[in-house]
Design a protein. Structure first.
Length: 295
């Protein structure tokens, strides 16, 4: 009798609609929980093995560094085709005619141009832009040069913009390549150029011809400057090797064991004075007659 009652109760239970869905859901929950438990246990064991082998957990996808792009030196204008070079860079190795064209007459004196002067063909003003990204170190008005902006870049490179009518940046600002920093104007230093911008590129304070580096990467300027410095050092070292010392090559007039007299110092200039005179004359000052011919 009791067994019949139990079977009857089970039949009534299974006839209810929620019984089978409940059974299915419970089974699915148990299966998912078991799978998760198994996966977590496997990952924990794998992590322990990596720590035991390498001392630290290994990253499955390590970060890959991205190479930094090197900017290409650009003309300091929005449209390079709209401007032309009015006054070129003064090159000591250029021809006489080219050097004459690169002279600027100011205060009764001809000065070699340390950059290039750019003008529009129609003589109107134009926007001046940063040739390279960098930090503004100077943005002020000069009574002779007009507004002047200087921007420092990487590896000792500086660009200079003079003869500006106004400026849109301040010292300490960070500018991007192609950003407008001012407008072209006039200056007392080079009135013949009219409305223009004077543009310079300097490497460690030394002016170079901007035309030689426009549309070239910044590394072209830095590599060439480093090669020149290295060759100068090698030449200096070679010269030192060729110069005999007083101890190894004494002369008959001044033997190694004989001290020079005071009269010798008073009558013969020292080598130091000769070196100073050579250094002072190493920079080629433009001949005034060239400028007079130009005038």
């Amino acid at each position: 009798m009791r067994e019949e009652q139990k079977q009857s109760s089970l039949k009534r239970l299974f006839r209810k609609r929620w019984v089978f869905p409940a059974i299915y859901l419970s089974s699915a929950a148990l299966i998912v929980a078991g799978a998760l438990w198994f996966q977590l246990g496997k990952e924990e064991n794998t992590g322990k093995d990596n720590v035991a082998k390498n001392g630290t957990a290994q990253q499955e996808n390590p970060a890959v560094p991205v190479n930094e792009t090197v900017e290409t030196i650009a003309m300091p204008v929005l449209d390079p085709n709209a401007v032309q070079v009015k006054t070129p860079f003064y090159d000591d190795k250029a021809s006489e005619a080219e050097q004459e064209a690169a002279l600027v007459f100011y205060d009764h004196t001809y000065h070699p141009n340390q950059g290039i002067d750019l003008v529009r063909q129609d003589g109107k003003t134009f926007d001046v832009t940063a040739s390279l990204s960098g930090t503004v170190t100077k943005a002020e008005k000069d009574p002779i040069l007009g507004y002047v902006v200087e921007i420092n870049h990487e590896q000792g490179v500086t660009t200079v913009y003079q003869s500006l009518a106004d400026v849109k940046v301040e010292a300490g600002d960070t500018v991007k390549q192609g950003e407008v920093i001012g407008k072209a104007g006039q200056s007392e230093f080079n009135k013949e150029a009219g409305i223009h911008v004077h543009f310079e590129i300097r490497k460690n304070g030394r002016a170079v011809n901007p035309i030689d580096y426009v549309d070239k990467p910044l590394t072209a300027l830095t590599d060439k400057a480093e090669d020149k410095t290295g060759s100068d050092r090698a030449a200096t070292s070679k010269e030192k090797e060729l110069i005999p010392s007083d101890e190894t090559a004494p002369t008959d007039e001044n033997p190694a064991n004989e001290q020079p007299s005071a009269d010798d110092h008073s009558t013969t200039p020292s080598d130091n004075h000769q070196d100073e005179n050579n250094d002072a004359s190493s920079y080629k000052t433009p001949d005034a007659s060239i400028g007079m011919a130009r005038a």
